[in-house]
Design a protein around this ligand. Structure first.
Ligand code: UFG
Length: 323
């Protein structure tokens, strides 16, 4: 039985679906502050907060949980700088509550949702896992702090973990019933699709003077279903080998903001109005992953690496939900 914290969120709900399809028993724990009840397609949804340690321990015992996949966290870079307390409390302290419940109940396996934000401004691209980690915002710092905590707990308490450092999660499940729906939305692809749907007049390009081929930021977009598959491989590897590890997850190919907009125009057949704006604070020029480690150790291969397909799946979901 797998406990999925934050399983009603964007990435969590895709992992829940994949787990369910593979026949895993699972229980989702989510306070629904950002997640959506209807996106939990498998398992039982228990509404609750990670701050409730004894309730968590009870739940682990009641369901006979043997492994945890931990998504529940705040994830807005800008907000993390404006309200660091909210982030340290919910991301770091609440992870300690979860780990406390795990230690008390003897559960020793956890797959943790980390981020490329742990690297900060990269010194070299593509970024491998051994690249220095110097986060440039509180959000990235909380993810790195949790990785450090997991590393120490692994030594002291025999905990086994996999930390997955996602680059830019994008796209939606092929059935289009689950996908990206944040409030407020701040991510590029859903905002561009909002323009295509006429829900938003235009997209603002945050900075056109970066040291990149067209002056706009370059990101490594990875399909959310490929991310989901990686969680399952990481969990199974923890069970089989008991080795802890940190893995990057990206396609190894960067696309600029302009390229994303052009791709969305092709996919949707709509003209997407864009205006050039100022840089957004803390945005690195280029973030591209080297994911060789997870490919070699776990045999992970993206099934949907092409940006056009990623945007097309996002568009199918977006039209269905907001159109
Ligand atoms: N962008 C725009 N206009 C917008 C929104 C975004 O130009 O209206 C640009 C951003 O400046 C960035 C790119 O589009 O260059 C992608 O932006 P997103 O907000 O979609 O994603 P980020 O790269 O900022 O963030 C992602 C994850 C975070 C994670 C971060 C790691 O969503 O959780 O990568 O740096 F922290």
């Amino acid at each position: 039985m797998i406990l999925v914290t934050g399983g009603a969120g964007y990435i969590g709900s895709h992992v829940v679906k994949r787990l369910g399809e593979k026949g895993y028993n699972l229980v989702v724990y989510d306070n629904l502050s950002k997640g959506h009840r209807e996106m939990v397609k498998y398992g039982r949804l228990v509404e609750g907060d990670l701050s409730e340690t004894s309730r968590l321990a009870g739940l682990i015992q009641e369901y006979g949980v043997t492994g945890v996949i931990h998504f529940a966290a705040h994830c807005l870079v800008g907000e993390s700088e404006e309200n660091p307390h909210k982030y340290y409390l919910n991301n770091v302290v609440n992870t300690l509550h979860l780990l406390d419940a795990m230690l008390k109940t003897g559960v020793r396996r956890i797959v943790f949702s980390s981020s490329a934000a742990v690297y900060g401004e990269p010194l070299r691209v593509p970024i491998e896992e051994d690249h220095p980690t110097v986060p440039t915002n509180v959000y990235g710092q909380t993810k790195l702090m949790i990785e450090n905590i997991l590393e120490k707990y692994a030594l002291a308490y025999d905990l086994r973990y996999a930390a997955l450092r996602y680059f830019n999660a994008a796209g939606a499940d092929e059935g289009a019933a689950i996908g990206e729906d944040h409030k407020p939305e701040s991510h590029l692809i859903p905002l561009v699709l909002d323009v295509a749907l006429g829900r938003k007049k235009e997209i603002t390009i945050f900075g056109t003077d970066y040291d990149t081929p067209d002056g706009t930021c370059v990101r490594d977009y990875i399909h959310v279903s490929d991310l989901a598959e990686a969680h399952i491989l990481a969990l199974e590897d923890l069970v089989q080998t008991g080795r802890s590890s940190v893995y990057n997850l990206g396609n190894g190919k960067g696309f600029s903001v302009r390229e994303v907009i052009e791709t969305a125009e092709r996919v949707t057949g709509k003209k997407i109005g864009a205006v050039e704006g100022n840089r957004r604070k803390g945005d690195p020029a280029r973030l591209v992953a080297l994911s060789a480690r997870i490919m070699k150790k776990l045999g992970w291969r993206p099934a949907c690496a092409d940006l056009e397909t990623i945007v097309a799946t996002a568009w199918n979901f977006h039209r269905r939900r907001f159109g």
